[in-house]
Design a protein around this ligand. Structure first.
Ligand SMILES: C[S@@+](CC[C@H](N)C(=O)[O-])C[C@H]1O[C@@H](n2cnc3c(N)ncnc32)[C@H](O)[C@@H]1O
Length: 186
């Protein structure tokens, strides 16, 4: 029975690799670098794209203000129960593609958001969908808000540059695999 469990776990990992681009959760150092530009004392609405099993989500919830809302967009329904299990009244989990930000914000009457934190595997997502996601992220951010994204290569750097006013690049070896972190300002 144990062996069967391990086999099905491996199958799930391989299956989720196709949409996640990794089989290990982000490291504490990567998460700290990713979230560093956010002023958590003033932020009142944050979006997370691609939360997976919630390692970045938990760090955002730990840091954010009692009146701040966190809206997570995750396409893999296998992760939704785990995210909802975090049981935090400030958290909303949406089982939808990151390109549907505007529809979800309209439903809950929110005009714009302070910051968007993304672990999306941009290199694995169709170019047209990436374009829609980045445009939607920019248009739903407040002026001066940040779009924070990490990636294991620089493959989408050129797409971010024309969309945002400023794109700052950081890098950490202390993740498996090492990662680039983009801080994009609207
Ligand atoms: C690299 S994993 C990140 C997991 C976790 N946030 C971390 O940092 O370890 C990427 C996640 O993005 C999700 N994802 C992929 N494409 C997506 C899309 N178009 N919209 C929303 N989530 C997506 C995947 O299902 C996966 O859970």
């Amino acid at each position: 029975m144990n062996a069967r469990l391990k086999f099905s776990d491996s199958l799930n990992l391989i299956r989720s690799f196709k949409t996640s681009g990794t089989i290990t959760p982000s490291s504490k150092v990567l998460i700290k670098t990713l979230l560093a530009p956010i002023d958590f004392t003033s932020a009142r609405c944050i979006i997370e794209l691609g939360p997976g099993t919630g390692c970045v989500t938990r760090s955002i919830l730990e840091r954010m203000h009692a009146d701040c809302v966190l809206i997570c967009f995750e396409v893999n329904s296998d992760f939704i129960g785990q995210l909802e299990g975090l049981q935090d009244s400030r958290l909303r989990v949406v089982n939808a593609c990151a390109s549907s930000i505007r529809t979800v914000l309209d439903d809950i009457d929110i005009e714009e958001v302070d910051h968007i934190v993304s672990s999306l595997p941009l290199a694995l997502i169709d170019d047209e969908v990436v374009k829609r996601i980045l445009e939607s992220a920019r248009s739903n951010l407040r002026e001066g808000g940040r779009f924070l994204q990490f990636q294991y290569s620089l493959s989408n750097y050129a797409e971010l540059k024309p969309i945002f006013k400023k794109v700052k690049l950081d890098f950490t070896f202390r993740n498996m695999p090492p990662a680039f972190v983009y801080e994009c300002t609207k």
